[in-house]
Design a protein around this ligand. Structure first.
Ligand SMILES: C[S@@+](CC[C@H](N)C(=O)[O-])C[C@H]1O[C@@H](n2cnc3c(N)ncnc32)[C@H](O)[C@@H]1O
Length: 305
């Protein structure tokens, strides 16, 4: 996409503003990292620097691949038909709703993002019979939960995707706790998070590149990611690097054109968990999770990496 005069985002958005396209933007930079075409020159400059950082490039690609595998698994094997993606970014193929619908044609996906240009693209490309976009700021957890309730059936479990987004949230553990405590019983959360304690030099370098572009990005270490997952009972194989989470599933193969990945240690954590409060404090509509059942729930989030 060529540089152009700054467009103004008006009536269709809850975040009306004039866009400054000379400044890199997180959604467009990360879209470009995944092969998206919606970046302007300022974004492309930063994306190219990050693409040259092999550890970071692989972490982002593996996180996205994990997300698609996890959605496929949860819709296909656990009967969930409602998916919510928090911080969806620019539309990217294959989309979450396409992967979900391949498993169950009635599956519906709600995409959420606070970026006004993402909103324009997502409304155009991610809205259809099985998908819808709403703009919301995840930091406002009350508003976000209300927006979810407007679109989804609050009496049925959901799959909530938080992939590649928690790094932009200053107090992600608190936001996650506030959101998931108000979602339906048996809801699943899938999380990826760039690691602060793996490939440390390369990840630090990526953070510095992003900070110089005015983009605040916060990798977290294993303990911090575990803290975020604390309310959840994790599915096998627990908290692992993204490439190790059920790599045999069909979608989400991040191989490049030549079929070769020069894969360093994958510096992105990934896990899928289910809200565990049901088994501790049963509520109406809440089916208790039996920790001894064969649903593949992981007894400890420690195993796996
Ligand atoms: C790296 S992209 C993630 C894209 C996508 N989830 C994926 O798996 O490819 C992060 C997205 O989170 C969005 N985001 C960051 N902070 C947010 C907030 N407070 N509320 C809503 N969206 C946010 C950004 O606009 C961006 O589109």
């Amino acid at each position: 996409m060529a540089d152009a005069s700054p467009p103004s985002i008006g009536s269709g958005s809850r975040h009306a503003e004039v866009l400054d396209l000379s400044r890199p933007n997180a959604a467009r930079v990360f879209g470009a990292l995944l092969g998206g075409k919606d970046a302007y020159n300022s974004d492309r400059y930063i994306a190219d620097k990050l693409l040259a950082n092999n550890s970071f490039r692989v972490a982002v690609a593996e996180a996205r691949a994990f997300k698609l595998r996890a959605v496929e698994h949860l819709v296909g094997n656990h009967g969930v038909t409602q998916i919510v993606e928090l911080g969806c970014g620019y539309p990217n193929e294959p989309t979450v709703h396409a992967v979900a619908c391949r498993q169950n044609r009635i599956a519906r996906t709600l995409y959420i993002d606070h970026d006004p240009l993402v909103a324009v693209h997502a409304r155009a490309l991610l809205s259809g019979a099985n998908s819808v976009f709403v703009d919301a700021d995840l930091i406002d957890t009350t508003d976000t939960v209300e927006r979810i309730a407007e679109v989804m059936d609050a009496s049925s479990p959901m799959v909530v995707c938080l992939s590649g987004t928690a790094e932009f949230l200053p107090d992600a553990p608190a936001i996650v706790a506030a959101l998931i405590s108000r979602l339906p019983a048996d809801t699943w959360l899938l999380v990826t998070h760039t690691a602060a304690d793996l490939c440390v030099r390369d990840i630090d370098s990526a953070v510095t590149t992003l900070a110089a572009a005015g983009i605040s990005y916060c990798p977290r270490d294993r303990d911090q990611v575990e803290e975020m997952l604390a309310p959840l009972r994790l599915l096998e194989p627990g908290l692992v690097t993204a490439d190790l989470w059920r790599p045999d599933l069909e979608v989400g193969n991040p191989e490049n054109g030549s079929g070769v990945w020069l894969k360093p240690t994958v510096c992105s954590y990934a896990a899928v968990g289910q809200l565990a409060w049901c088994s501790q404090a049963p509520r109406p509509g809440c089916s208790a999770v039996d920790p001894t059942s064969d649903r593949g729930l992981h007894p400890s989030s420690r195993k796996g990496v």
